[in-house]
Design a protein around this ligand. Structure first.
Ligand code: GLU
Length: 557
């Protein structure tokens, strides 16, 4: 009768190392008490999903706030699903948000002594561990073909039993080593399965940092741990990696809760202490059509892809702050109390996580970003806006390039004061709002649409107001309030009442009240009924350009 060792040696003839050797190669980390070792472990299967940014942010924050280590591991064992180049993209996109690993995979190189940090390059490490499991009699080859597994599923469905490979349905579980060896020698393809000792009747207590103690059904499935392509499955790979890389707490999506009993049984069988687990809530949205909550979907929601926020020019810190409001219920209050503090001063905690699926709320993100952008000083605003524009809006970048001072004075209107003006939610709002300052755009604007003057106003009154406004121009020499008095006087000269109540009583006696008069000037200068503070706009444009605009408007009337 062949021994387990003979079977293991037949399967992995070249594997000479043992788990002990691996323990030596990857020593236990020496870190201060309480320091967390966390990781972000995505699969290179496409763009960075907003949920993944959330997951990475949580892992990063827990490591940073505890003076621990945050590392990046690429989980590419499912090579059929891999999309080339996306590993590097993920690293780059996270970097955009300031999430940079202390060690691990960086897209084009690796750093750290616990590597390799790309799973497909760790095949030997997994083989060492699986070989020992075979020796212990806790793993075996399974020769079922796809068709056989399909048949099994049909039988189980017909018998109304839980589908899967376990107990009496596990066809190759109870073969003798001689039989396994015989089949391998015949060249029959196989995978390797874990031999579970669990039972569907039993429950396991599992602790989750966010959910507390959970009562889950024990694992009893003989799951595949090693595939025919020579790589392990996620279940086994993450276990080995988190063990040797010294992860203290695994932060991952709640979709993994149901596999936790598998992982706990595997840890126990390997004789390793499992790290703590924190299963993070999945980000949800309210479906526009059905009104029901559902997962943020790549197909339906543009905000599911992190690239959306980058393209739209959301301030990165705004996105991070928004995600932290999803993470911890006390973050928003903290932000109100500490509006100027960097987010790194906030301490995340597992017990402040909300349990039900967090709802992605665009208006809230917009508000946070608006507030943040309003509080930027003009240099920061211009720098970030320029960085964004260089990539996503060439004409805005060209404006900044050709006259940065002009751009800064435009976006500085009502900025750097106690209650700054909240004009922009994102950098993609900027160009549309500032266009009118630029003469060529202004010309195009007044050509494209009739100016929105009040229709009841006589054109001669409009012209007279505009001529008088230029003739009596005195913007540069005054402060805002004396200029305002001049505007009232201008209105009075053209029969615009300087008192709203008086005007309301006898509207027929007047052309309007003085706000209507100022509106004529605003529309002529800004080609819109709305603008930032007109006094500031006029100061930036200067008399010559204002006079040119007035002439253009008069000619068009
Ligand atoms: N590669 C897994 C995923 O992308 C990682 C889960 C984990 O963090 O352990 O879902």
């Amino acid at each position: 009768m062949a021994t387990n060792k003979e079977l293991a040696d037949l399967i992995f003839p070249d594997v000479k190392e043992t788990i002990k050797d691996l323990e030596k190669r990857y020593p236990v980390r020496q870190l201060p008490e309480g320091a967390e070792v966390t990781r972000f472990a995505p699969s290179p299967t496409g763009f960075l999903h907003t949920g993944s940014l959330f997951t990475a942010l949580i892992a990063y924050s827990f490591a940073k706030q505890s003076h621990g280590v945050y590392y990046f591991r690429l989980e590419d064992t499912d090579q059929k699903r891999e999309i080339a180049g996306t590993g590097l993209d993920l690293v780059k996109q996270l970097k955009n948000f300031g999430i940079v690993a202390d060690e691990g995979y960086y897209g084009d190189h690796e750093e750290g002594i616990y590597g390799p940090y790309v799973q497909s390059q760790r095949a030997n490490i997994y083989k060492v561990c699986i070989k020992e499991l075979i020796k212990k009699g806790r793993a075996y080859p399974d020769f079922c073909s796809k068709e056989e597994l399909e048949q099994l599923r049909e039988v189980q469905q017909a018998n109304k039993v839980v589908p899967g490979y376990y107990g009496e349905y596990a066809k190759y579980r109870t073969l003798s080593n001689d039989e396994y060896i015989q089949l391998i020698k015949e060249g029959k393809p196989y995978v390797i399965r874990f031999k579970s000792k669990g039972n569907a009747e039993n429950h396991v207590k599992a602790h989750d940092e966010i959910r507390g103690d959970m009562d889950l059904t024990e694992n009893y499935q003989d799951i595949v741990i090693y595939k025919a392509d020579g790589l392990p499955t996620y279940h086994f790979a993450h276990l080995v990696d988190d063990h040797f890389m010294g992860t203290t707490v695994i932060t991952r999506g709640e979709e993994w809760i149901s596999s936790l009993p598998i992982h706990l049984e595997l840890f126990e069988t390997m004789g390793w202490k499992a790290p703590r687990y924190a299963h993070l809530p999945v980000i949800m949205v309210n479906d526009k059509d059905t009104g029901n909550k559902r997962k943020l979907s790549k197909r339906k929601d543009p905000e599911a892809a992190v690239s959306y926020f980058l393209q739209e020019g959301y301030p990165k810190d705004g996105v991070i702050r928004y995600l932290l409001t999803i993470a911890n219920s006390n973050f928003e209050a903290w932000m109100m109390e500490n509006p100027k503090a960097p987010v790194s001063e906030f301490t995340l905690s597992f017990d402040k996580f909300s349990l039900d699926g967090a709802l992605f709320d665009m208006p809230k993100l917009n508000n946070i970003s608006k507030e943040l952008l309003a509080n930027y000083d003009k240099t920061t605003f211009t720098d970030e806006c320029y960085e964004w524009a260089k990539e996503y809006n060439a004409s805005l970048a060209a404006r900044i390039d050709s006259n940065r001072d002009l751009f800064e004075s435009i976006i500085n209107i009502e900025r750097e004061q106690e209650k700054p003006r909240k004009d922009y939610e994102k950098f993609s709002d900027v160009e549309e709002k500032i266009k009118f300052f630029y003469p060529e755009d202004y010309n195009a604007l007044i050509k494209a649409n009739p100016l929105p003057f009040n229709e009841s106003l006589n054109h001669d009154v409009i012209k007279a107001v505009l001529d008088d406004f230029i003739a009596s121009w005195n913007v540069e020499a005054q402060d805002e309030s004396s200029w305002f008095n001049d505007m009232k006087a201008l209105g009075t000269r053209h029969n615009f009442c300087d008192d709203r109540k008086v005007y309301k009583k006898n509207p027929a006696d007047y052309n309007g009240w003085y706000a209507d008069c100022i509106s004529i000037i605003r529309i002529a200068i800004c080609a819109s009924t709305q603008s930032p503070k007109l006094f500031d706009v006029l100061k930036i444009l200067g008399k010559e350009e204002a006079a040119r605009r007035v002439e253009a408007v008069k000619a068009a009337l």
